[in-house]
Design a protein around this ligand. Sequence first.
Ligand code: COA
Length: 167
Amino acid sequence: MKRVIYPGSFDPVTFGHLDIIERSLNIADELIVGVLNNSAKHPLFSVDERVAMIEEATRQFSHIKVEAFDGLLVDFAVKTGANAVVRGLRAITDFEYELQMSQTNAVLNPNIETVFLTSKLQYAYLSSSIVKEVALVKGDISKFVPENVRKRVFEKFNLKERADEQD
Ligand code: COA
C-alpha cells in the first residue's frame, strides 16, 4: 500500500495544487493532503478553513484524506504510515528550495522518499499569494481557484458583492 503525503500551506488551495493532487492519485494508493499549521506564518485562513476548502474541492476523489499537521513533516509521515512525500515543481526557481527540503527530510528520516511532479504549464505562474493579491483589488480569481475557494476568499476580504457573483 503506497500512502503518500502532499504537504503545504494551501492558503488557499489553487487549481495548481489540485492538479498535483489529482495526478498524485495515479501513483498513490492513498493520498494524505497535509495542511501545515505553522504558528510562525500568518495565513489568511485558519488551518480548519484550509482543510475544509481542500475537502470541498476534492469530494469527487476517493482514497484521499485531508489532515492538519504541525511539527516535522517526516514525523507526520511516520504517524500517518506514509513512506513518501510528493511536491510540485512549477519552475526552476522552486527547485533549489525543494531540493534542500527533500535532502533535509532524507537526513531526518531516510525512509521517507520525496517525489517531484512538474506543474502543468498552464499553472506554472500560479501561487496562493497571487490569488490573494488579485482578490484584494477585486479582480477575477475564477481561473485560479475553484468556486468554493473563490467565494471564501472574497468573503474573507469582506467583498460580499464579489463573493455572491455567479450564484
Ligand atoms: N500550484 C500552485 N501553487 C503552488 C504549487 C502548485 N503546484 N506548488 C507550490 N505552490 C505555491 C504555494 O501556493 C505557495 O505560494 P505562496 O508563497 O504564495 O503562499 C508556495 O508555492 C509554497 O507553498 P507550499 O507548497 O504550500 O509550501 P510551503 O513552503 O508553504 O510549505 C512544507 C512547505 C509544508 C512542505 C514545509 O514547510 C514543511 O514540511 N514544513 C514542516 C516543517 C519541517 O518538516 N521542516 C523540515 C523540512 S525543511
